[in-house]
Design a protein around this ligand. Structure first.
Ligand SMILES: Nc1ncnc2c1ncn2[C@@H]1O[C@H](COP(=O)(O)OP(=O)(O)O)[C@@H](O)[C@H]1O
Ligand SMILES: [Mg+2]
Length: 297
């Protein structure tokens, strides 16, 4: 569990993190999403006691990071994957991490396998690693002590789509065993794949939070059926707000289950039914364009 309350960081007159509050729960992967410069890394550094907060608090497993007995054992942290010593091999980096958290050396091979680095890759110097390999190694260093909480800053950065799905699998399994994961990203597509819960941040402030389903379904669903005319008639009759889309599908302001039940009552064969994703995407685009304006100004 990670509990953030009114956390604020000011640098002089500039507020990098502005009074944010949220909870990352065990058993869930929480995505911390926002454009570059939104304040994600600053917030995560405060959670790990690397940057003092101006005000507010961050508690991990009930205590501030610095007050945890042997914090590296309980909290796996990856803040900057490029910070690893370039002259060391992957195996050396992981062995040092294992020693640091008091994990057995036997954990090193198991962890390499867990993060998908072959023993051949592990013998190479980190300076010759691709960004994706560094991310895997960084994740390994965070996992090696078998912590209950993971704090990962942009862990999917540099991974190809296959790598992102692999990471989803790894973090889902970790959460299913009761772990708490907080991961940041500046890409909606990444957190959409990986996260269960979302916290959306822009210019230091939280603009939305909730489960991924809640945030996605806020904009309604998109539905299609073998008999489009009958679908349209059924939706019209139900009184639900709806809009035909250019591709022939229908956008409906409702939850997926409502539309599913409607289809069942009318004996319609649906060919697709899902969240439109419009709400979240729009919110995120607004944040991103705000940011772009700021840079341009
Ligand atoms: N040490 C610092 N001094 C002054 N400003 C900082 C410092 N660290 C970060 N910032 C500013 O705080 C804002 C948030 O940065 P950051 O937390 O790195 O955002 P993100 O990780 O979301 O991209 C940025 O505008 C950044 O320039
Ligand atoms: Mg950052």
């Amino acid at each position: 569990m990670i509990e953030i309350e009114n956390l604020t960081k000011r640098y002089g007159a500039f507020t990098a993190v502005d009074d944010i509050s949220f909870t990352a729960r065990p058993g869930r992967v929480t995505g911390f999403l926002g454009p570059n410069g939104a304040g994600k890394s600053t917030a995560m550094r405060m959670m790990c006691g690397l940057t003092p907060a101006t005000s507010g608090s961050a508690r991990i497993l009930g205590r501030p990071y610095a007050a945890l007995p042997n914090p590296t054992r309980h909290v796996g942290v990856m803040l900057d994957a490029s910070a690893q010593h370039a002259g060391r091999t992957g195996r050396e980096v992981l062995t040092l991490a294992a020693i640091l958290v008091g994990a057995g050396r036997g954990q090193v091979d198991a962890t390499l396998e867990r993060v998908g680095l072959t023993s051949r890759e592990a013998e190479r110097r980190v300076g010759n690693y691709s960004l994706g390999m560094r991310q895997r190694l960084g994740l390994g260093a965070a996992l090696v002590g078998d912590p209950r909480v993971l704090i990962l800053d942009e862990p999917a950065n540099g991974l190809d789509p296959g790598g992102i799905h692999w990471m989803r699998g790894l973090l889902r399994d970790y959460a299913r065993d009761g772990g708490t994961v907080l991961l940041s990203s500046h890409l909606l597509s990444e957190v959409e794949i990986i996260a269960d819960d979302l916290v959306l941040i822009g210019r230091g402030r939280i603009v939305a939070q909730g489960t991924k389903e809640e945030l996605l379904s806020a904009a309604g669903v998109v539905v299609d059926a073998t008999d489009r005319a009958a679908l349209r008639a059924a939706v019209e009759q139900s009184g639900l707000e709806h809009t035909p889309r250019p591709d022939g599908t229908l956008a409906v302001a409702a939850q997926t289950a409502e539309v599913g039940e409607l289809a069942l009552r009318h004996g319609l064969v649906l060919t697709s039914l899902g969240s439109s994703g419009g709400g979240l995407e729009e919110m995120f685009l607004t944040l991103t364009s705000d940011d772009a304006r700021e840079v341009a100004a």
